[in-house]
Write a protein that binds this ligand. Structure first.
Ligand code: NAP
Length: 304
């Protein structure tokens, strides 16, 4: 990757002050359908301003039928980096030249790097989650018993990244047991990983002995904020309750677990760090994670 791509062009480059959009400005963006709710433009443009990288990041509302046209445009216009959100994380792969090994194992791409017209897909969701978990809740995941509730796209990335951290066991609980079994089987060579029926006695036991229980389902997300993915009373005191949801910032699951003496970890950090990795892949510059977090928090507080 060209680490200099997107860095300051001819204009002044004072970190923190931003760089004027000029003839050297490099383009970036996110595609999705829908996409207007996305906080990525606010977060990424703050990162460009903070670091003095001469880039601009926009949101593109692209339907499935226009994906091919979009990536032809990326090549033609030299758009340096693209984030990919729902519903394109799988379909995008057929428009790329290379898929990174992790993204291939996960089966989804959320970040594209354009290196002189050669497009490579990465997945930063799982590694973003793990970086956030380690920085905000538990620095050492080796030897830990981990329960993951849910077996969708986000869970896949997280299981892949977690199995690189040498956990003692990973147990997947899911409403549809076949999906939990399929996910466990996909990564069974990387860790001691099992599927378990959700809601039953064995799920309760797994949560009870877990050091970390992670909700990767949408249960508890705005506007249905009262739902919990598992009974918080199943968790042991001192265990970590973690949730991918960041709207609300503290879900009912986290609130109830905290009341019972658990430590908690919300989903905002995952969003920040998946973006931080993308920024670093595109620019070769360390992402200003604290400023990116402030940008998103301010937007959430304004509810825009
Ligand atoms: P997904 O692929 O649609 O998977 C959803 C998962 O949740 C499936 O396992 C599904 O079970 C389960 N589920 C949904 N509703 C349920 C219910 N009422 N009862 C029991 N299980 C239910 O979605 P995803 O992309 O993985 O996203 C999942 C969550 O992660 C969302 O809340 C999303 O906002 C969040 N997320 C956060 C970030 C971040 O940056 N913080 C990034 C990505 C995703 P079945 O298999 O039985 O259908």
């Amino acid at each position: 990757m060209n680490a200099n791509a997107g860095q300051t062009g001819g204009g002044a480059a004072v970190p923190g002050s931003g760089v004027p959009v000029d003839s050297h400005t490099t383009l970036f963006g996110v595609i999705g359908d829908p996409v207007r709710h996305s906080k990525s433009p606010l977060m990424m443009n703050r990162a460009f301003r903070e670091t003095g990288v001469n880039g601009v990041y926009a949101a593109f509302h692209v339907g499935a039928e226009r994906l091919g046209d979009f990536f032809a445009g990326v090549r033609a216009m030299g758009i340096r980096g693209v984030n990919v959100t729902i519903p394109h994380k799988l379909d995008v792969m057929r428009h790329l030249d290379n898929i990174d090994e992790g993204a291939r194992a996960i089966g989804a791409v959320n970040t594209v790097v354009n290196e002189n017209g050669v497009l490579t897909g990465y997945n930063t969701d799982g590694i973003g989650y793990v970086r956030s978990l380690k920085e905000e809740a538990e620095p050492d995941l080796a030897g830990k018993h981990i329960v993951i509730v849910g077996a969708g796209g986000a869970a896949r990335g997280i299981v892949y990244a977690l199995t690189g951290e040498r956990p003692e066991t990973v147990t997947i609980l899911n409403r549809t047991p076949e999906r939990a079994e399929e996910l466990a089987a996909a990564f069974s060579t990387r860790a001691d990983i099992k599927a378990c029926a959700a809601g039953g006695e064995s799920a309760k036991k797994a949560c009870n002995r877990a050091d970390i229980v992670i909700n990767t389902t949408s249960i508890g997300m705005y506007p249905n904020v009262s739902g919990v993915p598992v009974d918080p009373g199943w968790l042991s005191e001192g265990a970590i309750a973690s949730d991918l949801i960041y709207n609300p910032l503290q879900t009912a699951f986290l609130q109830e677990a905290e009341r019972r003496g658990c430590r908690t970890h919300g989903g905002l950090g995952m969003f920040i760090y998946q973006g931080a990795y993308a920024f670093e892949y595109w620019t070769g510059v360390a992402a200003p994670a604290a400023s990116m977090r402030s940008a998103v928090l301010e937007a959430l507080q304004r509810q825009d």
